[in-house]
Design a protein around this ligand. Structure first.
Ligand SMILES: Nc1ncnc2c1ncn2[C@@H]1O[C@H](COP(=O)(O)OP(=O)(O)O)[C@@H](O)[C@H]1O
Ligand SMILES: [Mg+2]
Length: 333
């Protein structure tokens, strides 16, 4: 299969192909989605995949909201176990950890000038491979956000090496950083939407900033908004939306440029469990279509029930790195 990323509209920059996608055909479909739901947006491959006009929107991703809880008896049974059980990945193939890691930390130490005697990260080494879904857990102050901010080069390691798709970020020149960031979608706890722009404009803005032509913006924005279940809310402003809807806008904004890596810092931290489930379904869908997802979270129930890879931090150290792990004891501290 042709590349999932950057196969059609190259932006002509040296950093544009930093990240390689995982082959989507190895990933199973999420059960709530039809191929039309996901294929049109996430599996961008052949040149003919210029987005089709939105004649009839396929069924939306089933996103649970507080007003619309899961209704079927089967779903209710799952809810009684955990709202996230339906996303458990025990039957999903473990992503092979081969080839070039998407993210590689080699003996990384990060010291903030304000805390010279207490490294935020201390001698951290880890590899994350294309197509993985990784939870980064640990209690407040353990270093989760610092780890993510090294991946996006918002921070530079004090020592050691941070390598993203073969590029050593500790050596990367500042002028190349914007090209790195085009390849990494980011989602934060506080959504970071622009309050005076509509949903459509918030998502379009991400493409305008990187110089995408109007035709691409007009095609891709509605498409990604359909993917996140917000086609009907395109012309609303953020303050007219619920928290879960606002977070879906920020996921849409992160994904509209189809980055191969999505970094999420406590994206469900402000949302209640039913709403969080909708966000997790989206992230799971995005991952199953080949995007590597790295997500910091405090949410014990979510981590315990989804059985993804878990990297646990404690005072800046990796204390556990487990395939299909649970949250561990960190939430209780
Ligand atoms: N800008 C900063 N300046 C100084 N210390 C910081 C800064 N940001 C975070 N820290 C410290 O680094 C450690 C890790 O913080 P952080 O990465 O935010 O953890 P987490 O996201 O797990 O809560 C904490 O001790 C925190 O106080
Ligand atoms: Mg944090």
């Amino acid at each position: 299969m042709a590349s999932h990323f950057r196969s059609t509209e190259r932006q002509g920059s040296e950093g544009d192909d930093l990240l390689q996608p995982v082959a989507p055909e190895t990933a199973p479909q999420a059960e709530t989605l039809t191929p039309e739901d996901t294929g049109a947006f996430l599996k961008v491959a052949a040149p003919e995949a210029a987005p089709a006009p939105a004649v009839e929107a396929p069924e939306e991703v089933h996103v649970v909201t507080a007003a619309e809880p899961e209704a079927s008896p089967a779903a209710q049974q799952q809810v009684s176990e955990s709202v996230y059980s339906s996303l458990a990945s025990d039957d999903a193939p473990v992503v092979p950890r081969t080839g070039t890691p998407t993210v590689s930390f080699k003996n990384v130490t990060l010291i903030y000038p304000a805390q010279p005697n207490k490294p935020a990260l201390d001698d951290v080494s880890l590899d994350i491979y294309p197509g993985e879904f990784v939870f980064v857990v640990g209690h407040s102050g353990s270093g989760k956000s610092s780890l993510l901010r090294l991946i996006t080069r918002e921070l530079k390691a004090s020592s050691g090496r941070v390598i993203v798709a073969g590029q050593d970020l500790t050596k990367m020149r500042n002028k190349k950083v914007p090209y790195l960031r085009r390849q990494i979608g980011t989602v934060y706890q506080d959504f970071k939407l622009l309050p005076d722009k509509t949903v459509y404009e918030n998502v379009a803005f991400a493409l305008e900033c990187i110089g995408k032509p109007r035709s691409v913006i007009k095609a891709q924005v509605p498409e990604v908004l359909r993917l996140v279940g917000l086609a009907e809310r395109m012309h609303h402003f953020p303050d007219q939306l619920s928290g879960g809807e606002q977070q879906r806008v920020s996921v849409a904004r992160a994904m509209v440029n189809r980055p191969p890596l999505l970094v999420c810092d406590e994206p469900t931290g402000n949302l209640d469990p039913a709403i969080s489930l909708g966000i997790m379904k989206l992230l799971d869908l995005i991952n199953r279509n080949g995007t590597t997802v790295i997500m910091a979270t405090h949410d014990r129930e979510m981590v315990d029930s989804m059985r993804k890879r878990v990297i646990a931090l404690e005072a800046g150290h990796v204390v556990r790195d487990q395939e299909r792990g649970g949250y561990g004891y960190y939430g209780a501290l």
